[in-house]
Design a protein around this ligand. Structure first.
Ligand code: UDP
Ligand code: MG
Length: 229
């Protein structure tokens, strides 16, 4: 539990699905860098119904590190649900959301926090490069974001779920009565003083991407149907 401190608290929400090989490393890497930077923080792992040892790993790091808390889903509800559950549990004055496979660079997390200190309320992580993806994946992503950008009037081609939000923006997102949420679009839709930082998507070290072709198509169709007239 958070006992309060001098500075302001940042929560870091980490959706985790079958990430047994990454949990401990990710917790240690983020904790070390934030301690070095003297940023008060809590890490919130959201175990999205993993079928491997993710839960055990999370409990292990929660025992070792006092800044770690977690949520355990009863089944796999998907990353969007995991993000929103993490936001709901978070106590921070600002809340970051990042993947728990370290594909989102921790240096960028610090950069985002510094921008928040300067008064920005929504800091969007924007992909400078898309990492190692197949031609088909790149083509489909481009088509999907082309349609989404037209429908939502928000340029989403390089959008990601890597973001830092002020408490005000978090509360505003949590008040939206949508069942199917699309975090990377809604975070800019709510408004507030916004800026962005670029980052290079890192290679995944352990495990594999959870997105199958089928799940990506489903994600695309749902989002286009729900966020366009
Ligand atoms: N994830 C999740 N629930 C899911 C699928 C993925 O919480 O149903 C998490 C996953 O553990 C990771 C993040 O979402 O922290 C991004 O997933 P992944 O690395 O598979 O996507 P990619 O980086 O390939 O786009
Ligand atoms: Mg990944």
């Amino acid at each position: 539990t958070w006992e309060g401190g001098q500075g302001e608290l940042m929560s870091v929400v980490l959706p985790s699905y079958n990430e047994e090989g990454m949990i401990e490393k990710t917790a240690n890497v983020i904790t070390r860098i934030l301690e070095n930077e003297k940023i008060e923080h809590e890490l919130i792992f959201v175990n999205d119904g993993s079928s491997d040892n993710t839960q055990l790993e999370i409990e292990k790091v929660a025992d070792q590190l006092s800044n770690v808390r977690y949520i355990m889903f009863s089944r796999n509800f998907g990353k969007e649900a995991a993000i929103f559950a993490g936001l709901a549990l978070s106590k921070g004055d600002c809340v970051a959301v990042m993947d728990c496979d370290l594909q989102h660079p921790t240096e960028t997390l610090v950069e985002m926090y510094r921008l928040w200190e300067q008064g920005y309320e929504v800091i969007e992580g924007v992909k400078k490069s898309r990492g190692d993806e197949s031609f088909v994946h790149k083509f489909c992503a481009k088509t999907f974001y082309g349609i989404m950008s037209k429908a939502t009037k928000i340029d989403m081609s390089r959008a990601s779920d890597f973001k830092l939000l002020d408490r005000k923006a978090v509360n505003s997102l949590l008040s939206i009565p949508e069942y199917h949420v699309f975090f990377r679009a809604l975070s800019s839709w709510v408004g507030f003083k916004t800026t962005s930082v670029e980052f290079d998507v890192k290679e995944r070290e352990v495990g594999e991407s959870k997105w199958s072709f089928k799940s990506l198509v489903k994600y695309a169709i749902n989002n286009i149907a729900e966020y366009s007239s």
